[in-house]
Design a protein around this ligand. Structure first.
Ligand SMILES: Cc1cc2nc3c(=O)[nH]c(=O)nc-3n(C[C@H](O)[C@H](O)[C@H](O)COP(=O)(O)OP(=O)(O)OC[C@H]3O[C@@H](n4cnc5c(N)ncnc54)[C@H](O)[C@@H]3O)c2cc1C
Length: 400
């Protein structure tokens, strides 16, 4: 019997497995995908917060090719309002980093494959979950029957384990699709990210190496369907017309990918001998680029709760251990859902009243330095009681 079974070896499941294995726990990691399959980018460039940097650095998984974000420029598509956040607004390093999804996944897998305490079961799908009084049992489609005191669902937004545990969900859809791709431009980005709040949805650019930026454009489903059928040149012209010339002339440098956008919050993060992390535990709009950052803070909190319990010889799947995790993570998840949902509703709107609200919001945040600093620090994931792995201490200086 292992100490934990992690179902889902994606970004959060892989990182959690490494964090637990490093502390001596025996981990079984199950994923549908063979970890030796060549990595293909899903087009996303993740904006990672300082808390995510701290977690990856402390686990020795930080990819050196990450691009630091030194400035964020936000603007309103309808009003002549804009606001800038500088790295000088915060102590000790950039506002965040941008990492290609495939690069990050390879870095995590490299560590997973080299860890002697992780037993990988892949490619394998889970076909049965049973919870007994003292352990959880998982059966895979390869015929293995695996047991541990705790099973962790890191199996993404359509989590099978969460469905089998019948955890009720709070869900709504935005009727929006995120179109994602990379674009090269003739002018340098100078490590600047842009968020342009258009009435049809937010359009964001995050800096990548060289004169390249990652685009995330969240837009009504019907318009997105049309945009996906445009030629590369027509699409680039569309972006140019909306974004203007601050980055020079755009050319598409990767295929376009699309992602439907919704909110999905399970009413509980834990159940009998089961804990949820990452997208299995929360889905929200990518307007603030926070889904993975929050998921990694789940990982850091659960790793700390479990390693504390392990050191004390406690039952890792007991209600007291799992409730400590749930209590710790609830506020951060709730706050981020409210923040991202509020941003989408207030900005993706042509109402004059909401334009007035936005104008007041921009003015307040611009002139109230403590409010601006609080918002930056929350997005960086360094407010509240952070778990050890996510904290600023002991992870060296920030990459330039
Ligand atoms: C357009 C877009 C842009 C985004 N940008 C950002 C950003 O800039 N910053 C940020 O922080 N977040 C961002 N996010 C959110 C981020 O992508 C997710 O939060 C993150 O990928 C979740 O990782 P995960 O490991 O929890 O889930 P996943 O990456 O979905 O991994 C789930 C894993 O479980 C495995 N699996 C699933 N079912 C089974 C099964 N039955 N048996 C075995 N294995 C199984 C899968 O193979 C997979 O490996 C963005 C999201 C979108 C849609």
């Amino acid at each position: 019997m292992a100490d934990v079974i992690v179902v889902g070896g994606g970004l959060t499941g892989g990182t959690l497995s490494c964090a637990l294995a490093e502390k001596g726990l025996e981990v079984i990691l199950i994923d549908q995908v063979d970890p030796h399959t060549p990595m293909i980018s899903d087009g996303r460039s993740f904006a990672l917060s300082r808390s995510s940097y701290n977690i990856f650095s402390k686990l020795g998984m930080w990819p050196d090719q990450a691009t630091p974000i030194k400035k964020i420029h936000t603007s309103d598509g309808l009003l002549p309002q804009w606001m800038e956040y500088h790295e000088d607004d915060v102590k000790g390093g950039p506002l965040g980093y941008v990492v290609d999804s495939a690069l990050l996944k390879s870095k995590i897998l490299e560590k997973v494959l080299s860890s002697k305490n992780i037993c990988i079961q892949a490619p394998a799908s889970v076909i049965r979950l049973e919870r007994k009084e003292t352990y959880a049992l998982i059966e895979t489609d390869r015929g293995e029957v695996l047991k541990a005191p705790l099973c962790i669902a890191a199996d993404g937004k359509f989590s099978t384990l969460r469905t089998w545990a019948q955890i009720p969900l709070i869900e709504w859809s935005y009727n929006q699709i995120a179109i994602v791709c990379n674009m090269v431009h003739t002018l340098p980005h100078n490590n600047q990210a842009f968020e342009h709040f258009l009435s049809s949805g937010p359009l964001a650019f995050v800096p990548r190496p060289g004169k390249e930026s990652g685009l995330v454009w969240s837009i009504e489903r019907e318009k997105a369907d049309v945009l996906m059928t445009l030629s590369e040149q027509e699409f680039a012209e569309e972006i140019q017309a909306l974004f203007g010339s601050s980055l020079g002339t755009f050319t598409l440098s990767s295929p376009r990918k699309s992602f439907p956008l919704n909110v999905c919050l399970p009413k509980r993060l834990v159940d009998s001998r089961l804990a949820l992390v990452g997208d299995a535990a929360h889905i929200f709009h990518p307007v603030a680029g926070q889904g993975l950052n929050v998921g990694l803070r789940d990982v850091a909190a659960l790793a700390e709760v479990l390693t504390d319990a392990y050191a004390l010889g406690l039952d890792l799947g007991s209600p007291s251990v799992l409730n400590r995790y749930q209590k710790w993570r609830r506020m951060d998840i709730f706050f981020m859902t409210l923040l991202t949902d509020g941003m989408v509703r207030i900005f993706s709107n042509q109402s004059r009243t909401l334009a007035h609200v936005r104008s007041i919001g921009f003015g307040l945040t611009k002139h109230l330095t403590p409010l601006k600093h609080f918002m930056i620090r929350h997005a960086m994931g360094v407010t509240g009681k952070a778990p050890y792995l996510a904290r600023e201490d002991d992870c060296g200086t920030h990459a330039p």
